[in-house]
Each structure stands twice: as C-alpha cells, then as structure tokens.
Design a binder for this molecule. Structure first.
Ligand code: UDP
Length: 509
C-alpha cells in the first residue's frame, strides 16, 4: 500500500482521529500546544503530545496527564529521548527557560533537531498511522517522515497572524537576506501590510533571522511548503484582515482556533499552566489580589525567557514604587543570583508592603489576568501574554525585547488600540542584555500611570480591550468562529481530509 493510502486507511476507521502534537521546547510554544491538546481531546480526538523528558515531567507534575485521565480524555504525553550534552549543553537544558546564556541559544536549536530520529521511530511504530501531525514552525525536523509516510501535517505558528503575515511578506521580498547581509542600514517597509510596518537592522523581525541561523530558517520555510496548513492561536475577530491575507499568501488553510487560554475557567487548570513552581502560592496571590480595589492593579511580567540584569530590575522596582499604584511583579529566580539583588528586592518589598506583591519564579498568569482587580499588564509582548491579556479585557503597556515581539507591539498599539508603548526601539538579546540602554524609573512610572489613569485615551484602550475580550469568549463558545473551526479541523482529519486541503499556490519564499 502506498504511504498516503496507509495514512488514509488509518484515519478512515471508526476510531477517533489521532493528532500528534510536537511543540517547540519553550514555554511560549509548549503552553499553547498543551492547551490545543486539551481542546482537541475535549472534543473527542485522540492526542499524543511529544516532548523532551524534562518537559514531560513538568507536564505530569503540573497534573496535565492525571487531569486528562480523570476527565476520560484521550491525551497522552510521550517522552522523546534527548541528549543536549552532545551539543555541549547541560543535560537539563531541555526548555528555553534552562538556557544559561545567549551563546547556548543556537546549540539548543541544533540539539533539538536530533529529536528527528526518535520522532520518526515513534511515528513509524504507530498502527494505524496518525490522522495529522501538528508541529511547531521551528520543528522542521518533523516534515521528512510526515511527507514520506503521507501523514498530513500542519505547522503551528506561535506568534500573531499579523507577525506571521509580515514574516512571510518580508521573506517573499528577500528582506531577511538583505538585512542579514547588512546591505541596507535603513529599515525596509514590508509590502502588502494593512499598516506601515518597518523591519531592518536594529529592529528584530522574526525567528532564525540572525546569520548563524540561516540553515534553521531554510529548513523551517521548506517545511512550511510541504505542510497542509497552519494553526494559529488567535481568533478571526481580532485579526480578520491578516488571516485573509496570510491564507492568500500561503495558499493553505489558516486554522484560527484561539484564544487557547480560554479553554478552561477552572482555577486549578489556570494555575498549573506551564507546570513551573512559584515562590508564592496561588492562594496567597489570590488573597492579595482580593484585597485590592477593583481594576487597580498593574501586573508586570516579561514572560518565560527574557532575563534582566539588576540595573534594569532596580529601575523597574523604583518605577513601580514611584507610580504609587498597586502592583504585582514577577521576578525570575535567575534574576536574583546576586546577594545584592536579593537584598535590594527585600528592601523594596518592605517599603511597598501591602501595595506591592513580588512573585519570585513563576506566576499563575491566567489567574492574575482574570482577577477583577487587575487593570493593566506591563508585558514584553510575547504573543501568548498579549493574547491572554486581550482575552481577559486587560490593556497592555508594551516593552518588546526580541523576535516577534516588536510586531506584536505594533499590532496591539497601532492596529487594535489596546496598548501603549513604553518607548523601547532597540532590541535586547534574550538573556541579560539590557544593561546598555535601561528604561529609566521615571519613564516607567509615567507610562504605568498613563496606562492605569482615567482620561479619554486610557478609557478607549480599556473599552477596546474589553470589547475584544468579549469577542474572544464568544469565539470559543459553541457557535463561535474558533469553536466551529476546531470542529471542522477534527472532522476534516477524521476523514483523511487533510489531503483535500493541499494546495500550494502561495508565495512562501
Ligand atoms: N507564564 C506564566 N507565568 C509566568 C511567566 C509566563 O504563566 O510567570 C506563561 C504565560 O501565561 C504565557 C507563557 O508563559 O502563556 C509565556 O509566553 P509568551 O509568548 O508570552 O512569552 P515567552 O515566554 O515565549 O517569551
């Protein structure tokens, strides 16, 4: 039997369609894929989520598998053997949050490519073949075996559709290469965007765009070509124009199924997302939030990867102290390595006791954003954070760092009108690179006050955020666009329909 026929035979049985999900080993990609796994399983599909041993352990410890079993969902977490040591990395460097310095970034991605072998062995052993593979855009190493065995494969784009379209258009016009070759110092306007978008040197414009990553990018783009479509964590009412343009440019279906974070209202589910431990219990955080006035608290967090040096931390701390508003600030343990940083933070906590809460480590972000006392979010503009904020009707103060984040900022501020810029224009490398150009305490205090105050512009941001929040909830309810798209996706692959969607007339460079 030809490989494609084999796959279709598997999919055509009375068994539920089987989705194999392969997230990138980084919270910003893993968390939404786990949400997607739950969404698919809660609608009757069988789901296997494949990841490295450390992430599998975190997911199990976070209760993902136990909860799925209790709810009788067909959701399993599968460990793929992984040896980062072959690339000079410590054995536990299995998630982007375990990367110690910027020099480990490229080896981390190269090491992940070695998962191709275990992945192929896993897929080949499955009888019947899975109905569909959904793998992160960065995991191009899933494409070969899917194509060979004729298993339909979708790629998952972690960032916004606005970013994805911009990246595709920039690639189609050779902008990434020109910028990497430093041919032009001036920023380039990306063609075919609904607003003026500029990318160039000194302005980060996506993933794998630095010169050392040329091969990774090449492979990822090649894997897009052989896919049958893309899944994006967004919703139509938020990004309708970008979705239509992206679909046309890609020549493949764009499955907008989000916001995934709204898949549950269960407090325990929301708190355990990401499976990381916090220095403060979820209960203590909620108790503190309960004591604050409605819509008074600013939440400050820079995602799972970006790490700040003490100099910048001090500015943030003093800025929050000076703006005289209740704040909940997440500081990573890795940012508190020095005794000076720890002592400084303790004294800030003493001075702002009652008005401020510092969470060391990991915060239950959805619990915070869904609390009625939270009215603003200072964010690094990772797409999950922006979308989670919008989904809960909370406007954002944008402080992008790298990769897609400057474009997510532009979407939030210029297109959606739910954000205010703190004013950074230069990127910082992922880890500990913000010493050169710190954002100063006065600017932070002013921007936070502007976000949180009354006045026409601030009210308008709040109104729009709430409006999008309501639309987000509607999209995820029965009859809503994301809900119905998920139904179509499952039904499409139940009948091996992934093949029907295969048309590649787009402009993938
Ligand atoms: N997150 C969290 N608690 C934290 C930090 C992050 O729950 O203390 C979650 C957050 O809700 C989001 C993800 O981690 O789902 C971060 O993804 P994002 O795209 O915002 O940024 P990244 O970490 O990829 O830079």
């Amino acid at each position: 039997m030809a490989p494609t026929q084999q796959a279709l035979a598997g999919a055509a049985t009375s068994q539920p369609p089987h989705f194999v999900l392969v997230p990138l080993a980084a919270h910003g990609h893993l968390i939404p894929m786990v949400d997607l796994a739950r969404l698919l399983a809660s609608r009757g599909a069988r789901v296997s989520l494949l990841t490295t041993p450390l992430n599998a352990r975190r997911l199990r410890d976070g209760g993902v598998t136990d909860k799925a079993a209790r709810a009788k969902l067909l959701l399993e977490v599968v460990e793929l053997p992984y040896s980062p040591a072959d690339y000079g990395l410590p054995p536990d460097c299995q998630n982007a949050d375990m990367i110690a310095d910027n020099a480990q970034m490229l080896p981390f991605f190269l090491a992940l490519r070695e998962l191709a072998g275990p992945f192929e062995a896993y897929v080949r052993a499955l009888v019947p073949r899975p109905s569909c593979i959904i793998s992160d855009w960065c995991n191009s190493w899933t494409a070969g075996v899917a194509t060979y065995l004729g298993i339909p494969r979708l790629f998952f784009q972690g960032p916004s559709c606005f970013f994805s379209l911009c990246d595709l258009n920039a690639a189609a016009h050779g902008l990434h290469e020109r910028i990497a070759a430093a041919e032009d110092r001036e920023p380039h306007v990306v063609p075919s965007m609904s607003v003026s978008v500029k990318v160039g040197n000194g302005r980060p414009h996506g993933f794998f765009t630095s010169p050392g990553c040329k091969e990774l990018r090449h492979d990822a783009v090649a894997a897009m070509r052989t896919s049958q479509g893309v899944v994006i964590n967004t919703f139509l009412d938020l990004e309708e124009k970008s979705v239509a343009c992206y679909e046309a440019a890609l020549g493949k279906p764009v499955w907008t199924l989000g916001p995934f974070c709204l898949h549950t209202r269960d407090g325990d589910d929301m708190a355990s997302r990401g499976g990381n431990k916090s220095g403060v219990s979820e209960r203590a955080i909620v108790t503190w939030l309960d004591k604050q006035a409605p819509e008074s608290v600013v939440y400050v967090s820079f995602g799972s990867v970006a790490r700040k040096l003490p100099k910048q931390q001090f500015e943030i701390g003093h800025g929050l102290e000076h703006c005289c508003r209740p704040f909940l600030w997440v500081v990573k343990e890795s940012e508190l390595a020095s005794p000076e940083a720890r002592m400084w933070l303790e004294s800030l906590e003493a001075r702002t006791s009652g008005r401020g809460l510092v969470v060391r480590g990991w915060a239950p972000q959805l619990v915070v954003l869904s609390h009625r006392s939270v009215a603003g979010f200072v964010t690094h503009c990772g797409w999950n954070s922006v979308l989670e904020s919008i989904a809960h009707g909370v406007p954002v103060l944008t402080w992008p760092h790298f990769a897609d984040q400057f474009l997510n900022e532009q979407l939030a501020v210029d297109v959606l009108g739910v954000g205010l810029r703190i004013g950074v224009t230069a990127p910082v490398m992922i880890l500990n690179d913000d010493a050169a150009a710190p954002v100063l305490r006065g600017d932070i205090a002013r921007a936070v006050s502007e976000l949180m105050q009354g006045g026409e512009e601030a009210e308008e941001r709040r109104r729009k955020a709430k409006e999008y929040g309501a639309k987000a909830r509607k999209a995820m309810e029965k009859g809503g666009n994301s809900y119905e798209r998920l139904t179509q996706l499952i039904e499409s692959f139940r009948h091996g329909g992934g093949k029907d969607n295969e048309h590649c007339s787009g402009v993938i460079a």
